[in-house]
Design a protein around this ligand. Structure first.
Ligand code: GLN
Length: 300
C-alpha cells in the first residue's frame, strides 16, 4: 500500500482513491527516477511537461491512475521507459521504438552531427547506414539533407518494419530501407559518398549487458564477438568496395575502442583518420576517407 497525503494506491488490488498530478509524481519518485515518472505520466495523459507543471493540482482520472501505476511497476521491474511508451526523442525528431531495436542514445547524435558536417546541403550525396535499427541515424540524416539519397540496412526484419514506419511517419522520402546482413545484399559498385554505422560493439561478456536498460535491448544490436570489435572490423574491411574515391566512413564505437578503431582504419588504407569526443569527453566516433590510389599495386 502506498499513501501520499490523501492519495492511496494498493499495488496488489490496484485499489485507487483520487489523487492529484503532483501527488502521484511524489508517490512514484519514491520508486523510480523523476524524469521517468513524468515521461510515463505525460504518455498516459497525452500531455506535455508544461501541462503537468501547470495542472499539478488537477485530479487524475482512475483510468489514467491505473495505467500510470502499471507502467511504474514495469519500470520498477527494469523495463526501459522508451519501450513502455514506444517513443524516443533523438536529435530533433521523435522515433517509434520496440524491444526489436536499440533505444537511440544521446551519444549517437554525435554520429549524426559528424555525418551532417560532411554532407553539403547543396549536394546530392549517396549515404549508407549499416545496422539502422529504428532508423534514427539514417532518417535524421535524410530529413536534414533532403537532396541526399540514404540507404539503410538491417539484418532484423522487425527492425526494418520499425524503421520503415518511422520513415513514413516522419515523411522522409529520400530513404530506402532494406534487409541485409551488413553489405551482403548491396552492389559493390563504389557508389556511396559516406557510410555511417552504430554497430553492435559491446563485448559479449561485458557485465553491463546484465544491468539497467541493456537487459531489455536486443543482443543482436548491442554485442558481438572479438571483444566487441567483430562488426567494426568487418565494416572497415568491406567499406572500400562500396565507397566512391575519397568517400568517408564514420563509426560509433565503445568508450575504449577508439585506438583500435583508428588502427583498423589505418591498416585498411583509410586516410584523414580522426576520432571525435562526445559530450562526456569520450572518443565515441571515428572515421576516415578512402582514396582510389590505395588500390594501385605498390611498386616494389
Ligand atoms: N552505447 C551503447 C551502450 O553501451 C551500445 C550501443 C551499441 O552497441 N551500438 O549502452
Amino acid at each position: 500500500m502506498c499513501t501520499v497525503n490523501q492519495c492511496r494506491y494498493d499495488q496488489i488490488t490496484l485499489e485507487f482513491s483520487p489523487c492529484t498530478i503532483s501527488q502521484v509524481l511524489h508517490w512514484s519518485v519514491q520508486k523510480i527516477e523523476y524524469v521517468d515518472a513524468r515521461l510515463l505520466l505525460q504518455y498516459v495523459m497525452q500531455v506535455n511537461y508544461s501541462y503537468l507543471l501547470t495542472h499539478a493540482d488537477d485530479f487524475l482520472s482512475s483510468d489514467h491512475f491505473e495505467r500510470f501505476s502499471k507502467l511504474v511497476l514495469e519500470r520498477i521491474r527494469g523495463v526501459p521507459v522508451a519501450y513502455l511508451t514506444g517513443l524516443r526523442e533523438f536529435y530533433d525528431l521523435t522515433f517509434r521504438v520496440s524491444p526489436a531495436v536499440l533505444i537511440p542514445r544521446p551519444e549517437t547524435e554525435l554520429l549524426v552531427e559528424q555525418a551532417l558536417a560532411k554532407i553539403p546541403e547543396s549536394r546530392s550525396m549517396k549515404i549508407l547506414d549499416l545496422g539502422t535499427g529504428s532508423g534514427a541515424v539514417a532518417i535524421t540524416i535524410a530529413k536534414h539533407r533532403p537532396r541526399s539519397h540514404v540507404t539503410a540496412i538491417d539484418l532484423s526484419l522487425d527492425a526494418i518494419a520499425i524503421a520503415k514506419w518511422n520513415a513514413q511517419n516522419l515523411a522522409a522520402g529520400n530513404i530506402r530501407i532494406t534487409q541485409s546482413n551488413w553489405f551482403e545484399k548491396l552492389v559493390a559498385d563504389k557508389s556511396f559518398d559516406l557510410i555511417v554505422s552504430n554497430p553492435p560493439y559491446v563485448a559479449q561478456k561485458d557485465p553491463h549487458l546484465q544491468r539497467g536498460d541493456l537487459r531489455f535491448e536486443p543482443d543482436i544490436a548491442l554485442s558481438t564477438h572479438e571483444n566487441g570489435l567483430a562488426c567494426i572490423r568487418h565494416i572497415i574491411a568491406t567499406s572500400p568496395a562500396y565507397l566512391v574515391d575519397g568517400g568517408q566512413l564514420l563509426l560509433e564505437h565503445g568508450y575504449d575502442q577508439s585506438i583500435q578503431c583508428r588502427g583498423l582504419l589505418e591498416a585498411q588504407g583509410f586516410r584523414n583518420i580522426y576520432s571525435q569526443t562526445d559530450l562526456a569527453g569520450i572518443e565515441r566516433v571515428s572515421g576516415g576517407s578512402y582514396h582510389a590510389e590505395n588500390l594501385q599495386p605498390r611498386i616494389p
